[in-house]
Design a protein around this ligand. Structure first.
Ligand SMILES: Nc1ncnc2c1ncn2[C@@H]1O[C@H](COP(=O)(O)OP(=O)(O)O)[C@@H](O)[C@H]1O
Ligand SMILES: Cc1cn([C@H]2C[C@H](O)[C@@H](COP(=O)(O)OP(=O)(O)O)O2)c(=O)[nH]c1=O
Length: 197
């Protein structure tokens, strides 16, 4: 089973993902962008480059996803493992659709979803850590171009569209709560997800 964690920068995904290691010692913990491949390194260069072309950046993130799928996610799922990924394809649909909002693409989110359809493995469930863009930008320190409040407001609107389209896949958690309460809510959601399996 594939469970993904999504949310704005600073929503607390990584804090939760790290804390879940203790509760689910047998799960495969992974993330996008990947942190153990040259594809992930290329993505990190694009994130750090304020002048990186947004369409080129989309394809770098998508290349990293393809490698992540074939090298980590599909083999783990084939072994029957629980896979918990800190960010996954919805990050592309939400963030790159915002980056490409003023591009020549008429419907960026549909375009980005379209290039994934043929090869991706959609998540079984997605836990969305919900925070307002101002809190997100403040917590993340607004250190890169994706972490600015105005941009994050667009990203959040895109996540809302994704949740509206597939309400049964998403579990929304109020991530403005204390880290302990967020973790409790995520663990309760995961227990329910695994019980339904
Ligand atoms: N529920 C929370 N309340 C307040 N601060 C938080 C909370 N969760 C995480 N943080 C802090 O916010 C910052 C970003 O958290 P992080 O887990 O890295 O978020 P993300 O991976 O979603 O970008 C860190 O400094 C972290 O300690
Ligand atoms: C996976 C992914 C991440 N991103 C962005 C979100 C983050 O600003 C940045 C790095 O992701 P990440 O390392 O998860 O950052 P954080 O822990 O702060 O949330 O890349 C995309 O724009 N598209 C994607 O497909």
């Amino acid at each position: 089973m594939l469970v993904t964690l999504e949310g704005l920068d600073g929503s607390g995904k990584t804090t939760v993902w790290e804390a879940l290691h203790d509760a689910y010692p047998d799960a495969v913990f992974t993330r996008e962008p990947t942190s153990d491949s040259w594809y992930g390194e290329a993505v990190n260069r694009a994130i750090a480059d304020d002048d990186a072309d947004p369409l080129a950046t989309l394809f770098l993130f998508t290349a990293d996803h393809a490698d992540h799928l074939s090298r980590v996610v599909r083999p783990a799922l084939a072994d029957g493992d629980l896979v918990i990924s800190d960010r996954y394809s919805d990050s592309r649909y939400a963030y790159q659709a915002a980056s490409l909002r003023d591009s020549d693409l008429r419907r960026p989110m549909e375009y980005i979803r379209g290039i994934h359809t043929a090869f991706t493995r959609p998540p079984d469930k997605t836990i969305y850590l919900d925070v307002d863009p101002e809190t997100a930008a403040a917590r993340s320190g607004a250190t890169n171009k994706f972490e600015q409040a105005a941009y994050l407001a667009d990203v959040r609107a895109n996540y809302e569209r994704l949740m509206e389209a597939e309400p049964e896949r998403f579990v929304r958690i109020d991530a403005t709560q204390s880290p302990e309460d967020v973790l409790d809510a995520v663990e309760a959601a995961l227990e329910e997800i695994l019980a339904e399996r």
